[in-house]
Every structure is written in C-alpha cells, then in structure tokens.
Design a binder for this molecule. Structure first.
Ligand SMILES: C[S@@+](CC[C@H](N)C(=O)[O-])C[C@H]1O[C@@H](n2cnc3c(N)ncnc32)[C@H](O)[C@@H]1O
Length: 193
C-alpha cells in the first residue's frame, strides 16, 4: 500500500512539475533515492522526534513518517502553502500515517522560534533556501545533542546553498558531510568535539 502510494506520488510530482512553470504550483519533491536515504538515516539514528520544514504534498513526509513510526517516533512537518498543506493531509491519511505525523500550517521560522532547546532528534530542511542562513542559530539551538540536520538541494542548488553550508561548517560543535544522493544531501550532526 505504502510503496504503491510513494510510486504514485513520485509519478504525480514528476508530471506536475514538468507541465507547471510557476514555482508555487510545483511539488518539488525529493527524489525516491533521497527518500530511501532518509529512511535509513532515521532508522539508523533511532530518531523519535523528527521535524520536517517544507512538506509540499507530503511525499518526503511519508518516507520520514514510516521510518520514525517503526522506531516509536513521530514527525512534525511544517508547510506554509494552504493548498499543499491540504494535499499532504489527504496523502498522509491515505497512507494511514496521519497518526504518526503532526502537520503544521505555518511559517517554519515561527515554529523554530517556538521550539524548545534540543527539541528535535532529526530535522529535514527542504523549503526556501534564502531563509536557511537566518534560521541557522535556531536550527542549532533546537537540535538535540547527536541530533542530525539533513538539507536537500546541496548539489542541485550549490550556489544558493554555499553561504549556509559555509556557516554550518564554521560552527563549533558540528560535524558535516555532503552525500551525493538525489539533489545532494548536506548533513550536520550536533555534538562533535
Ligand atoms: C521543495 S518543497 C518541499 C518538498 C517536500 N519536502 C517533498 O520532498 O515532498 C518546499 C516547500 O516549502 C514550503 N515553504 C517555503 N517556505 C516556507 C516557510 N517559511 N515555512 C513553511 N513552509 C515553507 C513551500 O510552500 C514548499 O511547499
């Protein structure tokens, strides 16, 4: 059931984004191999408190939620656009994963500001790249010790990501890596000596 829905949504996202030029109308989903990569990362880290920034129609949320639920965890995912929030709500219900996910219709900056220190074991960041550098102090604060931040588009949009990545790499107490999976996954783990 879940694999069939993931395949269906991957095809929908590809087709939709092929015919729609306007960014707000595009799904901009992660690639399926990125989904599999996130699945392994969530399971391997045993992350139970997972935050996603940038839900779109919930494709990446499904990957994260299935993995988190297997370890007794859950996902909170934040989406600003009302139409995409509605699509994600429907897709999570179809997958039977609505009980493992809290969808928040809000600006992610506000959710980060309201999160307690060390609130999240795993953060997947996939929204408006121009916001990332400004969000970094909050991201660093809300990540738990040994918490993992994964950021999409690190290779596909390397220029837009460069300042943010440099800032994270220069931050004391974080260890970073770039995985050539999908559109490029930049990772930072908190707690490096
Ligand atoms: C690249 S898409 C997310 C794709 C999704 N992670 C997936 O793979 O299925 C980026 C999403 O972030 C949302 N977004 C952009 N800025 C945001 C913000 N400040 N707060 C919440 N959502 C935001 C956009 O509306 C868009 O749906």
């Amino acid at each position: 059931m879940m694999d069939g829905l993931l395949d269906e949504l991957a095809r929908f996202g590809d087709e939709n984004d092929r015919i729609r030029a306007e960014r707000a109308r595009r799904m901009l989903n992660i690639t399926p191999d990125t989904g599999a990569f996130l699945d392994v990362l969530v399971r391997a880290t045993g992350a139970r408190r997972v935050l996603e920034i940038g839900t779109s129609n919930g494709y990446s949320t499904l990957w994260l939620a299935r993995a988190a639920r297997a370890g007794g965890g859950r996902v909170t995912s934040v989406e600003m656009a009302a139409d995409k929030f509605a699509m994600a709500t429907a897709n999570l219900a179809r997958a039977g994963l609505d009980g493992a996910v809290t969808l928040i219709h809000a600006d992610a900056g506000a959710v980060l500001a309201e999160s307690a220190d060390a609130a999240w074991d795993f953060i997947f960041l996939d929204s408006e790249r121009s916001s990332y550098a400004g969000w970094w102090p909050q991201l660093a604060r809300v990540l738990a010790p040994r918490g993992l931040l994964v950021v999409d588009n690190a290779i596909s949009h390397a220029g837009e990501m460069a300042a943010f990545m440099a800032r994270v790499e220069a931050s004391a107490g974080f260890s970073t890596a770039l995985a050539p999976v999908g559109k490029g996954e930049f990772m930072a783990v908190k707690g490096a000596a």
